[in-house]
Design a protein. Structure first.
Length: 88
């Protein structure tokens, strides 16, 4: 999903959330590897625990402050991908 997004829309600013942002997490490692193949894109990765409303509110406040402060452009889309099934 991220590679398609970065390939087809390299001009966007992608704010990506993960459950586990540590370097030891396999999925986060894959995400960093995929993003590294697109050095001319703008991405950021943030840990967000969606089961914790306070953590989600903190993340939302961070994004709002980033938009207000010019770190991020105004939101144009939100893509939710809570499940991935690799059949290969």
């Amino acid at each position: 999903m991220v590679e398609c997004l970065l390939t087809d829309y390299p001009h966007i600013v992608a704010v990506i959330t993960v459950r586990n942002a540590t370097a030891s997490d396999t999925n986060t490692q894959r995400l960093h590897s995929a993003i590294a193949r697109y050095p001319n894109t703008t991405t950021s990765i943030h840990k967000v625990d969606l089961a914790n409303l306070a953590a989600f509110n903190d993340f939302a406040a961070h994004i709002i402050a980033g938009i207000d402060g010019g770190t991020y452009p105004a939101l144009s889309a939100i893509i939710c991908n809570a499940y991935y099934w690799d059949l290969i």
